[in-house]
Write a protein that binds this ligand. Structure first.
Ligand code: NDP
Ligand SMILES: O=CCS(=O)(=O)O
Length: 253
């Protein structure tokens, strides 16, 4: 039975991915900080497949290394790692941001992802049938926009780290993809605005954002491609999202 480790399974893409992989009979290792949500998901999905939940903050490298070092044999070797835990904070301009918010994004989206990857690599390399690392990047890692500052930069790290991992993993059978979604309706904007439900609702109102299930389907597709194929980067936007022209600062007339 193939097994997938999903970080940030308590909400959004991670939760939808857990449900999608369970539907196809994969064993699940689900992580996140909110234990109650993990337990609820375990109760739902353990009727279908073996489920292990780990209440874990990806920023805590010791806890990550210990938890992944003690995985039960039943879940090993790993077939897929989905590095999904992440967040954006501080939609305001860089010059108005609280430095703590920049640190939180760097600690979660970069250090957290690196912590989990480092601990999971031996478990993936032990899979003779090949394995996948699917990293949640973002369109923000490729395209700048106002208020993107450290969030976009952290996702640019995810892209380059994914590519560099591919170089080192050449010949091992472990593939790596940077999956880069555009606007998707999850708790992402609620987190970014620190709980402003109205702002979150307003962003998604009157348009057709991606849904968590859309991304879960892409994750499943990437994880089940024939073993000789590596999609390096997959960027997905809603049809109703596109780029804007450059902004120009002009003298008053
Ligand atoms: N929604 C969007 O428009 C887009 C999102 N993304 C990326 O996709 C990923 C998932 O986002 P999405 O599902 O939308 O957002 P959600 O806010 O719905 O989910 C984020 C998940 O990350 C987990 N998480 C956050 N911080 C930590 C931490 N320190 N340790 C462990 N888990 C953590 C949360 O769990 P808990 O709080 O329980 O720890 C939660 O399960 C993120 O990396 C995001 O940057 C990329 C492109 C577009
Ligand atoms: O990563 C999230 C998508 S966006 O807010 O940067 O468009």
């Amino acid at each position: 039975m193939p097994s997938v480790l999903i970080t940030g399974a308590t909400s959004g893409f991670g939760k939808a991915a857990a449900q999608r992989f369970a539907q196809s009979g994969w064993s699940l290792i689900l992580t996140g900080r909110r234990e109650e949500r993990l337990k609820a998901l375990e109760e739902e999905l353990s009727k279908q497949v073996p489920v292990l939940t780990l209440t874990l903050d990806v920023r805590d490298s010791d806890a990550v290394t210990k938890a992944l070092g003690e995985l039960p044999e039943q879940f090993l070797p790993l077939t897929c790692l989905i590095n999904n835990a992440g967040l954006a904070l501080a939609p305001e301009p860089a010059q108005k941001v609280d430095l703590k918010d920049w640190h939180t994004m760097i600690d979660t989206n970069i250090t957290g992802l690196v912590n989990v990857t480092h601990a999971a690599l031996p478990l993936l390399l032990a899979n003779d049938e090949g394995a996948s690392i699917l990293n949640l990047g973002s369109v923000a890692g490729q395209w700048p926009y106002p208020g993107g500052h450290v969030y976009g930069a952290s996702k640019a790290f995810v892209q380059q780290f994914s590519y560099n991992l591919r170089c080192d993993l050449l010949g091992t059978g472990v593939r790596v993809t940077d999956l880069a979604p555009g606007m998707a309706e999850t708790e992402f904007t609620l987190v970014r605005t620190k709980g402003n439900q109205e702002a979150s609702d307003a962003l998604y109102r009157g348009t057709t954002p991606l849904q968590a299930e859309d991304i879960a389907e892409q994750l499943y597709y990437l994880a089940t491609l024939p073993a000789h194929i590596n999609i390096n980067r997959l960027e997905i936007m809603p049809v109703r999202q596109a780029w804007s022209p450059f902004n120009i600062n002009r003298d008053p007339e």
